[in-house]
Design a protein around this ligand. Sequence first.
Ligand code: FES
Ligand SMILES: [Fe+2]
Length: 394
Amino acid sequence: MKEKELNKEARRMLDLIESGTTSMTSENIAPYYVDINTYTDNELFKLEKQKLFKERPLLMAFTCDIKNPGDFITNEDTGIPLVITRNKQGNVKAFLNVCRHRAGRLIDKPCGNQSRGFVCPYHAWKYDLDGNLTSITGEETFGEIDSSLHSLIELPAEEKYGMIYVQSTPGPAQSIDDILGEELGPQLGSWDLGSMHLVNRGLFDMPTNWKLAMDTFCEGYHFGPLHPDTIGASSYSNIMAYDQYNYNHRIGFPSKSIIELKERKEKDWDAFNHFSFVYFLFPNITLLVSPLFVNYFELYPGNEVGEHLTRYSLYTRREMITEEEKKEAQDHFEFIYSVVENDDYWVSENVMKGFRSGLHPYSVFGRNELSLINLHEAFRESVGLDPSGVRLKR
Ligand code: FES
Ligand SMILES: [Fe+2]
């Protein structure tokens, strides 16, 4: 993002700080009541797994995760085993990770390189990087079959702005530009997400609904109370610069140091050292972008309505070369992991217990929690429910 735009965002946050306010929705919309069935209803949960996680393209990788022909990653967090790879021409391809002989799991590793194609471990049928069946073991005894009818099952995949979106079911798929809208795609592209450097990956396997876990990433109203010694000490609580892009959003969270900019002429600002952007990419991604780091959280529903899985990956936007730099990156990974585990997800787990009591009928979102209101409207609309249906009479 250009310096001029970063300065404009910093100015916007300084204005919010000065006036002691935050981005807010109108009084007609909030307070907004969310029935707790949103987080506990089994039928809704099943519908979300189908409509949101299987029938829509999801961000599943960045260009840097599979840079070279034959590089691959696997994913079965939507319930569908996938392999995402790059063919000899450099195009991204996604396939069902299932052999066309008797459905053997083709690749049983999270990532790697198979530049010569894939070999099924069960009876060694071979496929090239375009999914074509190229060899049948002992063909003279197996008998003749039409190879073209036994290619790997291809799934819609698109690569743009350094991001790779894949849909877990075959058939037509929305384009990345349709999903993100005109402005957000190029904006994300401007962060060079395609050439980041992976630092580490971690998992959170929490007994909470996936949307409840997502809610914790979508407001800074809790920074002071929940994270008094960490994020709350370094960032303003309850001051957010919010922007919506279709079902996605971005929140600018100012650090307390942003106030220093007021003493300097705008031409001498280093604005992006004093705030961070947290993107929500519908339906399940949180992406925290700062000058050096990109924290990437992928949230998936678990087997039951009260279970979920978060994959956390930390990337740097430039290569960490010295031991000191590498340690800084690893320390950042451990810091963020512990804040999420000990604070945000601790809270989500407890909220889920409160919901399970069956005695707490709804949660309420304030005008300052507009990101959550928009998020839940989007969740509902995308499974065919009335987006305003969660509003109860005050
Ligand atoms: S199942 Fe893959 S070769 Fe038999
Ligand atoms: Fe938090």
